[in-house]
Ligand binder design. Structure first.
Ligand code: GLU
Length: 298
């Protein structure tokens, strides 16, 4: 007997769901239904500064209106901080984390100085400058003293050390495609992200850490999500490898274009699922709208 497949839709309650979320949620739901699999909903409220109960309530309302149903109880990341904390301690014990003390302003100043001098500063797949690597080798006692003195810091992954601990070839199975049409066996290049944050004082687990731990804890076999997270999969594969977690199959889908051809944003009320509902649209109209963008719902 083949294993029951487990799909999940994992929104963050920091804004209203838009058409892109509708696509992700319906794809996950329909793919699960087509293979007799399970469909889970996970609330990714790991960042307390950005998560709001009213957005969580809107998620349930919008998904129910779309005609979707999901298993109970819903996992909420804010209820599993100790679980993420344990994994963080394991990574610290492996020696692949270090405290980074540089502020955003300090990083910006370094980038600007280098670029003014005609040099190039490496950037991640989203275009953000990589964090400087100078603190990787900061003296342990000095780092401890700074932490004890209350200096603001984030725990960062030493990408070089982490990469060295993982298999030389790290890849994933892509059933959808990346922004450049990448599909099939895709080589993960987590080093493109530099020393990513895994924990900050105000958000004890980063998206990257919580997502891989939850996918494994919930037995997720299939991760179906927007292409904007395609490159992040490389970091997820690295963390799965370090923590001995299984690799799900991935399927990244195309993004729904905004009215101005730009990326849809949760802060734009006009393209929210609720706005369509208020304008008199019905769920089949939403499916037709998505199909009109060439986004296939199967
Ligand atoms: N919580 C993430 C978001 O809303 C999605 C996580 C995922 O699907 O891996 O963008």
């Amino acid at each position: 007997m083949s294993k029951t497949r487990v799909f999940r839709f994992a929104p963050s309650p920091n804004g209203l769901l838009h058409l892109g979320h509708a696509l992700s949620a319906m794809l996950n739901h329909d793919l699960a239904a087509a293979c007799g699999g399970r469909f889970l909903l996970r609330i990714e409220d790991i960042d307390p500064a950005r998560s709001r109960p009213e957005f969580e309530a809107a998620i349930y309302r919008d998904l129910a209106w779309l005609g979707l149903s999901w298993e109970q109880p819903v996992r909420r990341q804010s209820e599993h901080l100790a679980f993420y904390g344990k994994a963080l301690e394991r990574l610290k014990a492996m020696g692949v984390l270090y405290p980074g003390f540089l502020s955003r302003g300090e990083v910006k100043a370094r980038v600007e100085a280098r670029e003014k001098a005609g040099g190039a500063w490496p950037r991640d797949p989203d275009g953000a400058p990589l964090y400087p690597t100078e603190e990787r080798h900061l003296d342990r006692d000095e780092a401890q003293a700074r932490i004890a003195a209350g200096h603001r810091h984030a725990w960062r992954l030493d990408m070089e050390k982490a990469r060295a601990l993982a298999p030389a070839v790290l890849d994933w199975q892509e059933a959808g495609e990346g922004p450049e049409g990448e599909t099939g066996t895709v080589t993960a290049r987590p080093e493109r992200w530099g020393d990513v944050i895994l924990s900050r004082p105000d958000a004890p687990a980063s998206y990257h850490l919580a997502v891989v731990l939850d996918d494994a804890a919930q037995g997720v076999t299939d991760v179906v999500r927007g292409q904007d997270l395609f490159h992040a999969t490389a970091v997820h594969r690295l963390l799965q490898s370090l923590l001995g977690l299984p690799a799900p199959r991935y399927r990244h889908h195309g993004l729904v274009p905004g009215p101005d051809g730009k990326k849809l944003s949760k802060s734009n009320r006009d393209t929210g699922i609720a706005a369509y509902r208020e304008k008199g649209f019905l769920p089949p109209d939403i499916r037709a709208l998505l199909a009109g963008y060439g986004l296939v719902l199967h």
